[in-house]
Write a protein that binds this ligand. Sequence first.
Ligand SMILES: *Cc1c(COP(=O)(O)O)cnc(C)c1O
Length: 245
Amino acid sequence: MADELERNITANLEDVERRIAAACARVGRGRNEVTLIAVSKTRSPAEILAAYRAGVRHFGENRIEEAEEKIPLVRESFIAGPVTWHMVGHVQSRKAKRVVEFCDVIHSVDSLHLAARLERFAAELGKQVPILLEVNVSGEESKYGFAASTPVARADFLSQVGQFAVFTHLRVEGLMTMAPIVPDPEQARPVFRALRELREALRDRAPFSSWAELSMGMTDDFEVAIEEGATMVRIGRAIFGPASY
Ligand SMILES: *Cc1c(COP(=O)(O)O)cnc(C)c1O
């Protein structure tokens, strides 16, 4: 069983790697410009270790309750090198402390209030925490993130983002978005492009960050996201198989 698990995940990863490399090549980007994050929510420690042995060094979780149980369980097995844990799901302010304790990078910072809480606990723990600001580019009501689907909302975001410059224990490194679920990944392209364009505007308007990172693209649309400039893709099912809820 364990062998079969490892064979499946290794084969899936090889396929994902091939597709990432091809997408990079299509737009003249280097493979090293894109970080693959294996989203391991709902996956067992055995599945995480199989991906690790196949070469994955970045993992993503979307619920702190699950992350704080699993991360300590698997950590001692990482003997070939360190792993970076990414929080990619919505973070409630009252859970900010636990997220700072267990996660290395936080993709889903969607309010100044949350950032202030993260800053407080990062200071207490003596940590520098890289964060991304989550932006709702598509305008879907169900999505978290700073509103940016209309010119007015975008201008509002741009005028407020400077407030994130005050945090000394958080390092704003870029933006994250979730594309809508669509039948054809091409339909997600405008959302990825809009995030990249917002990043260009931020580079002019908010030079306190390099805005280097664009976290966008999942199993169904990561190749389009890479073509539009993704520097981090968050992939679950294409690595671990169909969701196991
Ligand atoms: C689950 C999840 C992913 C990965 O989704 P797949 O479609 O399985 O690749 C990426 N980002 C976030 C925020 C998620 O919750």
